[in-house]
Design a protein. Sequence first.
Length: 269
Amino acid sequence: MAHIIVVGNEKGGAGKSTVSMHVATTLARMGRTVAALDLDLRQRSLGRYIENRDKFTSDAGIKLPNIDIAELPEIDPDTLGPGENIYDQRLSAAITELEPEYEFIVIDCPGSHTRLSQVAHSLADTLITPLNDSFVDFDLLARTDQKGEKILGPSVYSEMVWNARQLRSQAGLKPIDWVVIRNRVGSQRMVNKEKMERAVSQLAKRIGFRVSPGFSERVIFRELFPRGLTLLDLKDIGVKQMNISNIAARQELRDMLKAVNLPGIEVDI
């Protein structure tokens, strides 16, 4: 049975598609079979990323580790029973088709609350939530006092994850392994950075997630997207010497994947 990795956060610009692509590519490089589902049916950032990769490798005549992008099958509304939701059925049909063929399924969720995203979270064996190092983004997880020091209670996204956990428990499935990735953390020691670190640590203990380092703000990610490439592909396309920023980004990827700790995966990149 495939291990389902859901990358979710109901706020745009947190780096979900970048994380999804790098996780999927790393697994493919390790010889694992990987399928991807992009549930942002309008923007399709992950889908476009993989399409760009396929076109680049075809045009350049090179071979890179492959990720298969899957589509949600169409469902005849007339086949739905009373109370059944068409998006539930489309996602369920996609997973049913992919599970026997792949070891890992990476699902990239939209930066908004949708029915598809809600259902996907209940399917997650591993949930990865990229979080920008800002109290604007943290507010999606929990409400704090005006000083940003005391957590007043969970917010909308945390409550949605809690509901997904409840559904899995009722179905007799293993608990979701939830990992919050702190992206765009400043390099300097600043008051906001320290407050965020304390707030995330407090919330992790309170509602049950692990914390992982993520990616810094780097131009390289925006440059790689049009060709569908990741940090791990640079040497394969002829980059003989990476600059300091690229090396640092690769180390960030290594640290993140080790912290996520996917089953049966020993990170060596």
